[in-house]
Design a binder for this molecule. Structure first.
Ligand SMILES: [Zn+2]
Length: 235
């Protein structure tokens, strides 16, 4: 049985460890008010994925790429921006420095990454989300920063999502109600809320999301995590 470990780094940041020990970081912003996980605790990484170029998502991704030699995955223009600003060599960026774009796939070290759209803004390229299929078939959807959109239903239908990571904080992304509807459309086995509590203007407590998800998506189990906490998903 495959076991996948999710560590919530706070905000939209996750460290995901696959059954075979591959480590992925997504939007690793470690220097925020509620993070307890620092760069010193990063040991190794296979891939570092960034959803868009806002500071709360790029975070320490360049430092992690440099420290671990892991592969940076990002949209074409965002990849180029991070590469030039942080002096990362082209071979450390997916597709030999090209980056990728919405709808595209990357197969790396037995893990398939599909870039999806997200409805948000970014200074470079386009904001995105990721559908990640690990070696044992466990499938994860990280929505990035986005409002709700109907294609989430298609993602759930085609990719059979095990665990969905959805923003619930409002202001810049889906609020608890939209996120609960999104959980219903995606229909994953588990949903982990993210992008809340970090700033005073964001939703502070996941309870409203938990209640709404229970009502709108009763078949989906909500896993609420504290920053730095780990959750083990068994496929
Ligand atoms: Zn954000």
């Amino acid at each position: 049985m495959g076991k996948t470990t999710f560590k919530w780094l706070s905000h939209s940041g996750f460290q995901i460890t696959s059954t075979t020990g591959k480590v992925l970081y997504i939007d690793p912003w470690l220097e925020n008010p509620i993070s307890s996980f620092g760069l010193a605790e990063v040991k190794g990484a296979t891939m570092i994925l960034v959803t868009h170029d806002h500071f709360d998502h790029v975070g320490q991704a360049p430092e992690i790429v440099k420290k671990t030699g892991g592969l940076l995955v990002a949209n074409v223009e965002t990849a180029r921006r991070i590469q030039s600003e942080s002096h990362i060599s082209a071979e450390k960026v997916c597709y030999f420095g090209s980056g990728m774009n919405i709808g595209g796939n990357l197969l790396y070290e037995g893990i398939t990454v599909t870039m999806t759209q997200a409805f948000h803004s970014t200074a470079s390229g386009a904001p995105c989300g990721y559908i990640i299929k690990l070696e044992d078939g466990t499938t994860i959807y990280h929505a990035g920063d986005t409002g709700i959109f109907d294609s989430m239903k298609t993602f759930g239908h085609f990719y059979k999502i095990d665990v969905a990571l959805l923003p619930i904080g409002g202001v810049f992304t889906m609020d608890p109600l939209q996120a609960a509807w999104a959980a219903k459309m995606i229909s994953p086995k588990k949903v982990i809320p993210m992008h809340y509590k970090t700033f005073p203007i964001l939703v502070q407590d996941p309870k409203e999301f938990v209640d709404l998800a229970e009502r709108e998506a009763p078949g989906v189990e909500v896993v609420v995590m504290n920053p730095g906490e780990e959750y083990v998903y068994t496929k």
